[in-house]
Write a protein that binds this ligand. Structure first.
Ligand code: GLA
Length: 384
């Protein structure tokens, strides 16, 4: 095992009892400010979000990291130290991290490998060691590192620089690369980080596309095909944060989005306003059967097995011989599905449970059902 970890370059840390533990052994779960709040971040928002993470049951369901995305930083002092916005974060970042930690949660920040962030706040270029030391001194647990204002720079070189700086900082900090898949990070990411974005930004829609590169979740899903072999414990493909609860997806689209992120063993970073979350949104985000599929200890990213245009079937092998399956209707009219497990390469005897309706379907050799527009039926096949 040790040899495999060394070969992969996967990060480990030492527990009090001397045992080594892997960073991000399962896909990180938490919340990030960007999708809903953009630059409108503050100490108050982060504290409130941490409070609700606990009171809503999200923490119990596995959500752990509270991550401030862009715009928390305003300048550098004469010694080059990064300065947090004093108006929005009057108590300072260390105190805020302490608050988040007091809730039993972990705390994350955002920076950029270039000279400026995507919102033109100071980037970490040529300040990697200094910033990593600062994050460690503030008790940061997670760093998302973006790629704006990086013209002429080499992604692998720059991300490796920050990765080394974090390793030298004396603190275990999960490193999330956000270079949008532009330098094929799946080939080299496992040696540098625990997760890497695979695409441009997710936006709040099913399948829309913006000129600047943003797209709805279903178009991001299409770009994950073939990347499954690069993911595993401690090194994950990141198809970006969740849009569940941000108001534009239908109920079925939201469930399908969440189902697929779980099947992909994607990081589950909620991106909604927890203070104004409906019960429907909360129930999607805290579906424990779906989360168990995402967090399965084998850490295998699921893949597509059947593609009939508007009808697709995806599967994900799970620990103990179980299998997760998604039957997905991408189209606008219902699909009558009739699929044998054998045709998916699944052999053996299985009992099925519907992850969303919670229905026990008994022994299953063939799935038959009508699937609505943009709906995903997700089953856990339990090996008998
Ligand atoms: C980029 C990233 C986003 C977000 C914004 C912040 O677009 O891909 O996830 O961090 O920058 O400015």
């Amino acid at each position: 095992m040790k040899k495999i970890l060394l070969l992969l370059g996967v990060f480990t840390f030492t527990l009090a009892n001397g045992q080594k533990k892997m960073l991000a052994a399962t896909p990180p779960m938490g919340w990030n400010s960007w999708n809903k709040f953009g630059c409108n971040v503050s100490e108050q928002l982060i504290k409130q979000t941490a409070d609700i993470m606990v009171s809503s049951g999200m923490k119990d369901a596995g959500y752990e990291y509270i991550i401030i995305d862009d715009c928390w930083q305003v300048s550098r002092d004469t010694a080059g130290n990064i300065i947090a916005d004093p108006k929005r974060f009057p108590s300072g970042i260390k105190a805020l991290a302490a608050y988040v930690h007091s809730k039993g949660l972990k705390f994350g920040l955002y920076s950029d490998a270039g000279t400026g962030t995507c919102q033109n706040r100071p980037g970490s270029y040529n300040h990697e060691e200094q910033d990593a030391r600062q994050y460690a001194a503030w008790d940061v647990d997670y760093l998302k590192f973006d790629w704006c204002n990086s013209q002429g720079l080499d992604a692998k070189v720059q991300y490796t620089k920050m990765s080394n700086a974090l390793r030298n900082s004396g603190r275990d900090i999960v490193f999330s690369m956000c270079e949008w898949g532009t330098s094929d990070p799946w080939y080299w990411g496992a040696k540098v980080a625990q997760l890497w974005r695979t695409t441009g930004d997710i936006i709040n829609c099913y399948d829309c596309k913006e000129n600047w590169g943003g797209s709805g979740w279903v178009l991001i899903l299409d770009q994950e095909e073939g990347l499954e072999k690069y993911a595993g414990p401690g090194h994950w493909n990141d198809p970006d944060m969740l849009e569940v609860g941000n108001g534009k997806l239908t109920f079925k689209e939201s469930k399908a989005h969440f189902s697929f992120w779980c099947l992909l063993a994607a990081p589950l970073l909620a991106g909604n306003d927890l203070a104004n979350m409906s019960d429907t949104t909360k129930n999607i985000l805290t579906n424990r059967d779906a989360i168990a599929i995402d967090q399965d200890p084998l850490g295998i990213q699921g893949s597509k097995k059947i593609d009939q245009g508007r009808f697709e079937v995806w599967t994900k092998p799970l620990a103990g011989g179980d299998v997760a399956v998604i039957f997905f209707n991408r189209g606008e009219t219902p699909v009558d599905a009739n699929v044998s497990l054998k045709s998916l390469g699944i052999n053996g005897s299985f009992k099925a449970k519907d992850v969303w309706t919670k229905k026990d379907m008994g022994l299953l050799t063939n799935y038959k059902g009508t699937i609505g527009m943009h709906e995903a039926v997700m089953l856990r096949l339990v090996k008998q």
